[in-house]
Write a protein that binds this ligand. Structure first.
Ligand SMILES: Cc1cc2nc3c(=O)[nH]c(=O)nc-3n(C[C@H](O)[C@H](O)[C@H](O)COP(=O)(O)O)c2cc1C
Length: 374
């Protein structure tokens, strides 16, 4: 029974075949190469290109600067060394150059790759060359590239989509209609790292891609929407930093789970805890047994039960009297918490804000309301 849905995602940890080889020997069973292109000489990176943000990174790194021919040779050697491991070749070309996509696809297929991942989603640098995110921005391009690659490929074709578009469901549907075997959702989220206010200058004058745990909610939404509405295999990518995150993606229907930023922070060894944590969680169950089990809980706003009216309840024994709930409720809520941290049931609408600001989490929303606390 396969209990390993983990894939080392395309990026710095898969920059060379030597690195992928080390990842394999550390316990990873699958990896997506750093994105390979034909115009590698144009991939001139700036330094620095990786910035730390709260709960993640912002980067403006380009795709692989290594020649496609070198990648093909090295993928071939990797497959000889690790015949049972899975290598997914990530490829990229211009949005209107289907021939280049086909050439790369054939090259990587003949090298022995197990699947292809079409990078339609790098948000920085590449769109200026009509590559990367441009392919997600122009649905017709995504459709024709997918179709063209499918024409020449004997191995599964995955498409990695951008979250920086209006409707990822529409785009995923279009790619699947044109032959995509799996959707990778998603790449980095476009963002801006901010300014040094003493100089007024940005740390980085270019919009870049956000990754790591802070983008997990974006990826969870994309994965669950695509699984529910498009009904195709989805490889999750975005914000997995531990096995619990991976379980969430599986419960929302992901077929596999890619990890990149967490490996950038803590190295290939993170695979040990990812695999053992998931195995413990699954126990006797299989991944197929839990996949998508939580999708049934996602509904639309109009279907929510508006007759349930909850009230805040404070566990007085745990309360540290910091008054954060009182201040938030006074200035951004319903003036339902008095300064001595008692709740006025008439005024409380159960919005949940007080629970969000409580540092010791001693407030819950409950139907069992006791007036003026206990
Ligand atoms: C520095 C950096 C470089 C990346 N390079 C690529 C790339 O070449 N091709 C690609 O498809 N994704 C690339 N990614 C995106 C990751 O594969 C992944 O989709 C994204 O970072 C979200 O997952 P994470 O939160 O696990 O990192 C890169 C990410 C980072 C942080």
């Amino acid at each position: 029974m396969n209990k390993d849905p983990f894939i080392l995602g395309s990026g710095p940890p898969t920059r060379t075949a030597e690195m992928i080889s080390r990842a394999f020997s550390t316990g990873w069973n699958s990896a997506v190469t750093k994105t390979i292109c034909l115009n590698h000489k144009e991939m001139v990176d700036v330094s620095p290109r990786i910035y730390r943000l709260k709960n993640g990174l912002k980067n403006i790194e380009l795709i692989s600067a290594l020649p496609a021919e070198q990648w093909a040779r090295e993928i071939n050697a990797l497959k000889e060394k690790y015949p049972d491991k899975t290598i997914i070749a990530s490829i990229s070309a211009e949005a209107n150059n289907t021939k280049a996509w086909q050439e790369l696809a054939v090259m990587m297929q003949e090298a022995g790759s197990n699947a292809l991942e079409l990078n339609f989603s790098c948000p920085h640098g590449l769109p200026e060359k009509s590559m990367g995110n441009t392919c997600s921005d122009i649905p017709e391009a995504a459709a024709s590239i997918t179709r063209a690659v499918k024409e020449v490929s004997k191995i599964p074709v995955w498409v990695k989509l951008s979250p920086n578009i209006t409707s990822i469901i529409h785009l995923a549907g279009l790619c699947v209609k044109n032959g995509a075997d799996c959707i990778t959702a998603t790449n980095t989220v476009k963002g801006f790292a901010g300014l040094d206010i003493s100089t007024g200058k940005p740390e980085l004058p270019v919009y870049g891609g956000l990754s790591g745990n802070m983008i997990k909610p974006v990826a969870l939404k994309a994965v669950s929407e695509i699984v529910s509405k498009v009904k195709c295999p989805v490889s999750a990518s975005g914000g997995v930093s531990n096995w619990q995150d991976a379980v969430e993606f599986l419960l929302l229907g992901a077929s596999s789970v890619q990890v990149c930023t967490e490996v950038m922070f803590n190295g290939y060894k993170v695979i040990d805890k990812l695999k053992s944590g998931l195995a413990d969680y699954l126990g006797e169950k299989s991944i197929d047994g839990v996949r998508g089990a939580s999708l049934k809980y996602i509904t639309s706003f109009s279907e929510l039960d508006k007759t349930v009216k909850l009230k805040a309840k404070i566990d007085r024994k745990s309360c540290i009297n910091c008054k954060k709930c009182y201040i938030s409720c006074r200035d951004a809520g319903y003036q339902a918490i008095e300064e001595d941290i008692r709740i006025n049931s008439e005024k409380c609408t159960g919005c949940g804000l007080c629970g969000c600001v409580c540092p010791v989490r001693c407030i819950e929303m409950t139907e069992l309301f006791t007036f003026r606390g206990t």
